[in-house]
Write a protein that binds this ligand. Structure first.
Ligand SMILES: Cc1cc2nc3c(=O)[nH]c(=O)nc-3n(C[C@H](O)[C@H](O)[C@H](O)COP(=O)(O)OP(=O)(O)OC[C@H]3O[C@@H](n4cnc5c(N)ncnc54)[C@H](O)[C@@H]3O)c2cc1C
Length: 438
């Protein structure tokens, strides 16, 4: 009997949902055969992009490409297959005194996904994107051939694939550098900002910190617009840690992670509950400034503490909208964006503001450039597309762009910055949507 690989597939936003062929394999010959025999293929890592970037007619899941290849403990260089998750890398390397140079706000993404979206973290202004630390990767190209790509070998493919959203082929494995750490803890300062002026001033004052990020209450208006909490941090040295953390500073105690058991009914998240959450969150921190030591999981991955939290948005799903606006126009652009959101009544439960540093011109498909970036979650409803297009217009007016890995419905003019990726073999639903201006 012929196996049926057609199944329902969706990414983290649960929007859109498609019914397509999805295969996974760890045999190189079978993967090559799959590529040679199909058109309109896209690689899928762990589906943590929010929209339709890793959906297509034929999806190749890298879940079975999950092996470590080598770990040079002396020089902090690791090589693994592309389906290995950042969480799995951290399990191996943290106790050895290493950390990822760049990590997004979830550790449940694959190495292939990290390269294809060229992910950034809270340290872009200081340490750039994930690609800065990638030494080489192997790519299965549109002819079904494996090519090694690095800054010196097949460098055109190397740079096209970085941030190339899977459109240049399937990354099979990668080798990248790690950062030395003395402890698994972060020295953190959290500072409350009453409005946009204050949060922008705090970001600029914090440029010498390696990590900075702000949670922002996007439903405030008037003099409170931009009310937020800035979190900045540094990897803690052992001698800085309080006595109770000194004994085993590279090992964290296992934690219990609850799971959201079912999709929340549609009415649970509404403007009122989002406003209430935002007010409680802002007031939870009583003093203006708090200094403490927290473990890296709490600092980098607060959302990973609750499994399947995406279900709180209900069965219709949600989108994430992330844009970047040039630095000098950042405050004015963000003000207009926040005013438009508050007026629309589409509250964003999670809104995160970050500062990007200068981009690497060689990594021309990467999303970040010097400026402010805001990421917002919106529950899918009938009015959402109208809001997204209103926001798109503001982003366009201010010379910004949209992050492809979060996008599900933006205007194509803001997402078409990808170059040198066009071929009939590797095509995603997102790319088709962009090309056809849907
Ligand atoms: C809670 C949360 C927080 C996040 N925070 C951040 C953040 O701070 N910064 C940030 O940059 N991103 C962030 N993201 C987005 C996430 O890091 C990216 O979407 C990442 O690419 C997802 O990787 P994945 O393995 O799940 O890949 P998928 O979601 O499956 O795919 C993402 C893209 O990578 C391509 N791809 C995946 N594997 C391969 C491969 N082996 N070969 C070729 N192409 C491949 C796909 O085709 C697709 O275009 C966040 C996501 C979530 C859910």
């Amino acid at each position: 009997m012929k196996a049926n690989f057609i199944q329902k597939v969706t990414n983290w936003g649960n929007f859109p949902v498609v019914e397509k062929e999805m295969r996974s394999d760890d045999s190189l010959n079978k993967i090559k055969e799959f590529v040679r025999n199909h058109n309109e293929i896209i690689a899928r890592g762990n589906g943590r992009c929010y929209g339709d970037a890793s959906l297509s007619e034929h999806i190749f899941s890298t879940k079975r490409l999950n092996k470590f290849i080598s770990f040079d403990r002396l020089n902090g260089i690791i090589e693994c297959e592309s389906g290995v998750l950042l969480s799995e890398v951290l399990e191996v390397v943290v106790t050895q005194g290493y950390f990822l140079y760049v990590t997004p706000g979830t550790k449940f993404i694959s190495i292939g996904g990290a390269i294809a979206s060229d992910v950034h973290g809270k340290n872009h202004h200081a340490e750039g994107c994930f690609s800065e630390y990638v030494l080489e990767f192997s790519l299965l190209n549109e002819h079904g051939e494996i090519v090694i790509c690095s800054r010196t070998e097949n460098s055109d493919k190397f740079w096209a694939t970085i941030g190339g959203m899977g459109l240049t082929g399937i990354i099979l494995s990668a080798k990248f550098k790690l950062k030395n750490i003395e402890t698994a803890y972060i020295r953190q300062e959290s500072i409350k900002a009453e409005n946009l002026d204050e949060i922008f001033r705090l970001f600029e004052e914090s440029e010498s910190w390696t990590y900075s990020v702000a949670w922002i209450d996007c439903l405030q208006t008037g003099k409170n617009i931009g009310r937020s909490i800035l979190m900045r941090g540094e990897h803690a040295f052992r001698h800085q840690l309080p006595d109770n953390l000194q004994d085993n500073p590279l090992r964290l105690k296992p934690k219990f992670s609850p799971t959201v058991p079912f999709y929340f009914p549609n009415f649970v998240l509404n403007n009122f509950t989002v406003k209430l959450f935002n007010t409680l969150y802002f007031k939870k921190q009583r003093s203006k400034e708090v200094k403490n030591y927290i473990d890296y999981e709490t600092f980098f991955y607060p959302l990973d503490a609750i499994n399947e939290w995406n279900k709180i948005y209900g069965k219709r799903g949600f989108i994430q909208y992330q844009m970047v606006i040039p630095k000098e126009k950042g405050k004015e652009g963000m003000k207009q964006i926040l005013e438009t959101i508050a007026k629309s009544g589409n509250g964003s439960f999670l809104a995160v503001l970050k500062l990007f540093g200068k981009n690497n011109p060689e990594a021309y498909n990467s999303f970040p450039f010097e400026g402010y970036t805001l990421a917002l979650d919106f529950k899918v409803n009938r009015n959402l597309k109208t809001l997204v297009h209103q926001l798109d217009e503001i982003v366009e007016e201010f010379g910004g762009r949209i992050y492809l890995t979060k996008d599900a419905m933006s205007k194509s003019s803001l997402t078409n910055y990808l170059q040198n990726v066009q071929n009939p073999k590797f095509v995603s639903h997102q790319h088709k949507r962009i090309i056809n201006n849907i």
